[in-house]
Design a binder for this molecule. Structure first.
Ligand SMILES: *Cc1c(COP(=O)(O)O)cnc(C)c1O
Length: 401
């Protein structure tokens, strides 16, 4: 059952036609230095031991694979299992990647850390690992998001990092990314840029995937232990695509497991008001890589709409574009309304308040569970906890807190 195509990217950083390094010449050397360092370290025993030790001692891994009894009963078909990334330190999967990349920074002797953030989760995860190692840290965040996510802004500051509000463009994640890239071009000698998803120029999509793959690796072991089979499907939400890629990647070669990515359908795909490039986009270049992208007829990046700040991004990691075209993974979208309904249902039925991003994955169970029988096992990747979203949901529900 081996798929022979899971050794991507190729030496130029492409997954089929997607990926690459579309960056200014000044960054080419930095990207090559990063790639060489990573290739030398990734199978180094000492490096790997340190990575897994940090994940265990500081993050609390492995995260449980947990049987969702009431959700399973509710749908009355297959067993639903939850991969509890929400239980990680800082409350989401993002710390898996920042723990790995800060180790790379340390091996490379970089003293200054920069990162972009949208909802603030990657900013928090980066500021956390920088504090732990005593490194200077700068977080770029769109000024619109600084307003919307004031709690995370303050968390980042408490952790000793500096927040830079970005006013250009739509003043959201894509503009923060532009600004972080600009900083990197200027300060490339002493600065390490921790990208937060499987996006950006090669080698980032590969590096972020590999560090998050600890999730899928644990799932292989846990599935054997808990139901003695490979799962029939793994469902994960897709913004840039790192939590999904981490869960999917070790399973690409097991064709019996369906891999399902759920994008943010916003007001509905048909309205154009969404953040679902794999469902309603076309190949184009954004932030250094070629991938499906929401763009207008002249190739300009289109505005996005989603109730979930972490999914509100017009692009997606190039490996997902490859998985879509090859048919190995399926990509669907659910609306804001459906995600909000799932947010409430999962909270009430399982005692777990999921992130609004994660609620998109849960919402797709309404469709998916009809396709499975009682003997099947479905895993939902619970990418993060919902505490950060409580104000947003209360506002929508018209409740003052
Ligand atoms: C950032 C975030 C996402 C979206 O990012 P991906 O790279 O697509 O995983 C999803 N869920 C949570 C909880 C997040 O913080």
């Amino acid at each position: 059952m081996k798929s022979d195509n899971h050794n991507l990217p190729d030496k130029n950083g492409f997954f089929g036609e997607y990926g690459g390094k579309f960056v200014p010449e000044t960054l080419m050397y930095a990207l090559e230095e990063l790639e060489t360092t990573y290739k030398n370290l990734k199978d180094n025993i000492e490096f790997k031991d340190q990575f897994y030790k940090d994940l265990s001692e500081f993050v609390g891994r492995p995260s449980p694979l947990y049987f969702a009894k009431r959700l399973t009963k509710h749908y009355g078909s297959g067993s639903i299992w939850l991969k509890r990334e929400d239980l990680n330190h800082t409350g989401a999967h993002k710390i898996n990647n920042t723990i790995g990349q800060i180790l790379l920074a340390k091996y490379m002797g970089k003293k200054r850390i920069i990162a972009e953030t949208g909802a603030g989760q990657h900013g928090v995860a980066t500021a956390t690992v920088a504090a732990r190692l005593g490194l200077e840290c700068h977080i770029y965040m769109g000024s619109e998001d600084v307003q919307r996510q004031s709690l995370n802004v303050y968390r980042i500051k408490l952790l000793g990092a500096q927040v830079h509000a970005v006013d250009s463009g739509s003043a959201t994640l894509k503009d923060a990314l532009n600004e972080a890239l600009r900083d990197w071009v200027t300060n490339v000698d002493d600065t390490y840029y921790i990208i937060g998803s499987v996006t950006g120029p090669h080698p980032y999509p590969m590096i972020v995937r590999d560090f998050n793959s600890v999730v899928g690796e644990e799932l292989i072991t846990q599935s054997k232990e808990l139901f003695n089979a490979m799962p029939d499907a793994i469902v994960a939400c897709v913004g840039g695509g790192s939590n999904a890629m981490g869960a999917f990647y070790p399973f690409i070669k097991f064709n019996e497991t369906r891999l399902i990515g759920v994008e943010a359908g916003g007001e509905g795909i048909e309205t154009g008001e969404h953040a679902a490039p794999l469902n309603d986009g076309a190949p184009g270049v954004l932030h250094g890589s070629l991938s499906y992208l929401m763009q207008d007829n002249s190739g300009q990046v289109k505005g996005t709409k989603s109730v979930s700040a972490g999914l509100d991004y017009p692009g997606v990691g190039p490996e997902h574009s490859w998985l879509k075209d090859s048919g190995r993974a399926e990509y669907v979208a659910v609306s804001d309304d459906a995600a909000l309904k799932a947010f409430h249902e999962v909270s009430e039925m399982e005692g777990i308040i999921p992130a609004l991003e994660t609620a998109h994955a849960f919402a797709y169970l309404d469709t998916l569970m009809k396709e499975f029988d009682i003997n099947s096992n479905i895993i939902v990747n619970v990418s993060g906890r919902g505490d950060k979203d409580i104000n947003t949901v209360a506002d929508i529900d018209g409740i003052k807190i």
